[in-house]
Structures are given as structure tokens and as C-alpha cells.
Design a protein around this ligand. Structure first.
Ligand code: 13P
Length: 260
């Protein structure tokens, strides 16, 4: 019988469109000085810099034998071709990228990404041997209208539609309520925990119970060193996707060491 997959905590720093490659090298080095081997035993730490910094950060990770995972913030689903300005899964995999964020609300809202595009991207990530971090989350209007659960469930079902259970079981889903991103206003930990439970149940009912036990569910939206503990205390929240606070190595290290 196949055992229940291990859900090690996962904390991801999404640097968004910040830091030149030179700044990125400094940030990753500073972060590494602030973490110890035992921190990585407890938490899988991933940093997702912009494309232009991936090679530099990869080189530092390999040269200094750091235990960070390397993440990308987006990709195109095709392997190659006439797609000016796009980056393919193969290109990222060759840079030792192991996680790729897909369907971030900033891409859904600002660049017209649909659930169908997100589903294609998630599958392309898995096919290239990497792990997708699929983002979902409702707007303030949807929450105030009592539609948050329905919106998130429908995004989860449609965005994961092309992943097979095995790939899904080693993926992550980030619940990021749009109104909590970059606003300093977080979801209540209880609400985040409830939504994470709903997401896991949706995966279990619509895809497979095996996948639902392995998939890691992250909370994102104004996470900082002071509030991370409250989110991590929720049984269905397995980690965090951190924006602003991941740009400061002191803050991000404190988030990674949330139990201290
Ligand atoms: P903030 O942590 O800056 O709110 O950003 C969250 C986010 O969008 C991470 O992907």
C-alpha cells in the first residue's frame, strides 16, 4: 500500500518584479546567513526571483551548497517556438528551478490569465519535472457577496484539471485572497484555515484522496513574522507564499523560523 505522502512545511518567497540580479545575489546570501541546517529540516524554503536573476541565484545556491529551492514566477506551456517574450518549462528546468508559481492573481487580473491557461501551465510545469504552485483567491467584492468559497472551489477545479493525481499530490495550491495581497490586511487565520480545508476537500472529492493528502496548501496575503504562526497553526495550512516580507532577509528568515 502506498503510504500517506509527507507534507513538509513549505515557505516560498515571491519576489515579484523586484531586485536586479546583483541585488538578488546579496539577498540570497544574507538569507543563508540567517538560517541554520535545522531550519531546513523543518521547512522547505523556496525563493522565486524574477527570470533575470534565476541564473545568478542558481549559481550561488550550487556554489555555496545552500538548501534553498529555486522558484520561478511564471512560464509558457509550450516547449519552444514563436512566443516572443515568453519562457519555456525546459528553460526553467535546465536552471534547476524546482517550483513554478502559476496563476498568481496579479497575472490573472493584469495579464488576462484564465483558469484554462493556468491549467495548461500547471501541467507543463509537472511534465518538465518541476512542481507547480497554483494560486487561487477571491476579490473583496466576491467575499463581501458571500461568494468566496464558490469562486475558490471553481478556480481549484478548473486550474488543476490537467494535473494527474500523482503530479497534484506533489504540487502546492496557494490560497491568496486578492484583498489581502500587499494591503497589510490578512485573512483571519480561522478563515484561511477553513478555506484551506475546503480546498483539500475539493481535491479529494474531484480528483483523488491520495492527491489531497499530499498537496500542500499555502496561505498568502500580507504574511509577516508576527502573523505567520497563527496561519501555520491551522491543520490544513502547510505553508505560506510571501510577497513583500520576503524581500527583507531578516523578515523572511523570521517567517521561515516561525516556531521559534
Ligand atoms: P504580500 O505578502 O506582499 O501581501 O504578497 C502576497 C503574494 O502575492 C505572494 O504571492
Amino acid at each position: 500500500m502506498v503510504g500517506v505522502p509527507d507534507r513538509k512545511s513549505l515557505i516560498v518567497g515571491n519576489w515579484k518584479m523586484n531586485a536586479t540580479h546583483l541585488e538578488a545575489i546579496q539577498m540570497i546570501q544574507k538569507l543563508s546567513y540567517r538560517l541554520e541546517a535545522k531550519d531546513y529540516d523543518r521547512v522547505e524554503v523556496v525563493v522565486a526571483p524574477p527570470f533575470t536573476s534565476l541564473r545568478s541565484v542558481q549559481t550561488v545556491i550550487e556554489a555555496d551548497r545552500l538548501w534553498f529551492g529555486l522558484g520561478a514566477q511564471n512560464l509558457h506551456w509550450e516547449e519552444s517556438g514563436a512566443f516572443t517574450g515568453e519562457i519555456s518549462p525546459v528553460m526553467l528546468a535546465k536552471l534547476s528551478v524546482d517550483h513554478v508559481i502559476v496563476g498568481h492573481s496579479e497575472r490573472r487580473q493584469g495579464f488576462g490569465e484564465t483558469d484554462e491557461m493556468v491549467a495548461k501551465k500547471a501541467r507543463a510545469v509537472a511534465n518538465a519535472g518541476m512542481r507547480p504552485i497554483v494560486c487561487v483567491g477571491e476579490t473583496l467584492e466576491q467575499r463581501e457577496g458571500g461568494e468566496a468559497e464558490q469562486v475558490v472551489v471553481s478556480q481549484v477545479v478548473a486550474s488543476l484539471a490537467r494535473l494527474d493525481p500523482e503530479a497534484l499530490g506533489s504540487s502546492a495550491i496557494a490560497y491568496e485572497p486578492i484583498w489581502a495581497i500587499g494591503t497589510g490586511r490578512t485573512a483571519l487565520p480561522d478563515d484561511a484555515g477553513t478555506m484551506a480545508g475546503i480546498i483539500r476537500e475539493t481535491v479529494s472529492n474531484k480528483v483523488s484522496s491520495y492527491a489531497s493528502e499530499g498537496v500542500r496548501i499555502l496561505y498568502g496575503g500580507s504574511v509577516n513574522a508576527a502573523n505567520i504562526k497563527d496561519f501555520m497553526a491551522k491543520s490544513d495550512v502547510d505553508g505560506a507564499l510571501v510577497g513583500g516580507a520576503s524581500l527583507d532577509p531578516d523578515s523572511f528568515a523570521a517567517i521561515v523560523r516561525y516556531w521559534v
